[in-house]
Design a protein around this ligand. Structure first.
Ligand code: ARG
Length: 467
């Protein structure tokens, strides 16, 4: 086809080359940002006297109209126009005539695409932060509703000690807060406005880059035109943040998948997030959670794709960089779905309190508490560990319970034992006796629930200081 930018070409490009290189099939997602960027640019051109003010006003009015069509889904993208920029440029020409030809003054697609991508990232990462906060809110609500429930906790997937279910839930909230902190950091570094770098060296025209930055809500302009058009760090940072966030989604999904098994039997997932089996009528499968776990692989491969894409590129712009878009869009869209589903999951998750209550009385859960009882009486850690280890081994071997040992038998293991040690064989006592900051102590956990409740309801999107 004949080229939009191709006056020096004596031939149209090959049809297969067009099919291979056109990006409109995916970069249409940038249309509303391209319009916003172009309105700001046109206003600047008019203000600086680079184009007549009335042309600038016509361009801005035409673009505003196109922007409205895009928002309403009424803009029809032309698959024969190479990319989002050419699509909008052509539509503007149709709408306002020759004045449209002045829009691309003092800019290049090389700097424009970076600006579009940055505006996209700023928008979407903020939406993702809000979605994380909504999920945190659902988790905190779930923790609050079940704040008295005690569950076995695991290391090596072997039951280890008892904790409050709410304490386990707040672990998720903590890791999500770190995800938000990473995203805020990425937003901060993304917030430098690149337009006006033009192809790579800047322009001889008297532009005002700060004016464009201000209109678009950027605090600063980029400092180096070569870096501006070469940089895709912000895409890689976003993909990296989303890969880590995805890893967290996947680990939560895995916990709930395990907890919903008949073997664990801790929770019931709402039917709306499960599917049946085509052959086994009794099945209720946690497919959605399995797919969240599975899709996380994609989030990692998207990050890897762009890292590899960029690693051998000489400065400045290279067309390879066009291919940063499908992975970025893919990760953004996937993570938003995952966060939405996980929020619904916690809103409808039921705790099987009775089944759990029958599982928290295993005496071995309290071995550390008994050990610390001895330590408090002056026994060394090593001695206490050996004593409790021997006592548990002999009880297990002989089919006995610590609770049934006589005082004489207890004293046989350690003269420091008194009858009061048996009070420790109780899950409620076990959690209450924890004293350290950040532990599963019910008073501390309650305080944490209250702290998080406040954070996740802040209008700012909820962000804890100090992360
Ligand atoms: N579609 C291109 C991209 O996404 C836009 C920039 C093209 N620039 C160029 N000089 N061919 O990177």
């Amino acid at each position: 086809m004949s080229k939009f930018w191709g006056s020096r070409f004596n031939k149209g490009t090959d049809a297969l080359a067009d099919k291979f290189s056109f990006s409109i099939g995916y970069d249409w997602r940038l249309a509303k940002y391209d319009v916003r960027a172009s309105i700001a640019h046109a206003r600047m051109l008019g203000k600086c006297g680079i184009i007549p003010r009335k042309d600038a006003a016509r361009i801005a009015a035409g673009l505003t109209k196109i922007g409205r069509q895009i928002e309403q889904g009424k803009f029809s993208f032309d698959p024969k126009a190479e990319d989002v920029h050419t699509n909008i440029q052509s539509a503007l020409k149709k709408l306002i005539g020759p004045a449209a030809d002045k829009l691309h003054t003092a800019r290049s697609r090389n700097d424009l695409i970076v600006l579009d991508m940055k505006l996209y990232c700023l928008d979407k990462l903020n939406e993702i932060i809000a979605a994380i906060t909504a999920w945190q809110k659902a988790i905190v609500g779930f923790a609050d509703k079940n704040k008295d429930v005690i569950i076995p906790a695991y290391t090596h997937l072997q039951s280890a000690q008892v904790v409050l279910l709410a304490h386990h839930m707040l672990a998720y909230v903590e890791m999500l807060e770190r995800d938000k902190a990473r995203l805020y950091g990425t937003l901060k570094r993304t917030g430098r406005m690149p337009l006006g770098s033009c192809a790579l060296s800047g322009t001889t025209l008297p532009i005002d880059r700060n004016f464009v930055a201000k209109q678009l809500g950027f605090a600063k302009v980029t400092a180096n035109s070569i870096d501006s058009v070469s940089d895709r760090d912000f895409v890689i940072e976003a993909l990296s943040d989303l890969a880590i966030l995805g890893m967290h989604c996947s680990r939560v999904a895995e916990d709930v998948i395990l907890w919903a098994t008949r073997e664990f039997n801790f929770v019931d997932i709402d039917w709306s997030l499960c599917t049946g089996s085509s052959i086994m009528p009794h099945k209720k499968n946690p497919d959605i959670l399995e797919l969240i776990r599975g899709e996380t692989a994609k989030l990692y491969s998207h990050l890897n794709e762009v890292l590899v894409l960029m690693k051998g590129l000489p400065l400045t712009y290279n067309r390879d960089m066009q291919l940063d878009k499908p992975p970025l869009f893919g990760s953004v869209e996937k993570i938003k779905d995952m966060l939405g589903l996980l929020t619904k999951l916690f809103a409808g998750l039921k705790v099987k309190e009775k089944a759990i209550a029958g599982r928290i009385h295993d005496e071995t859960f309290f071995s550390v508490d008994i050990m610390e009882y001895l330590i408090k009486k002056g026994v060394s850690y090593r001695q206490a560990h050996d004593t409790v280890g021997t006592m548990i081994k002999e009880c297990v071997d002989n089919g006995r319970k610590i609770a049934d040992l006589t005082l004489a038998e207890l004293k046989g293991y350690s003269p420091s034992f008194g009858a009061d040690v048996k009070a420790l064989l109780d899950p409620k006592v076990s959690v209450s006796n924890k004293k350290s900051l950040g532990s599963t102590n019910p008073a501390l956990v309650l305080r944490e629930i209250e702290r998080w409740k406040k954070i996740v309801t802040l209008a700012t999107g909820g962000f804890a200081r100090g992360y």
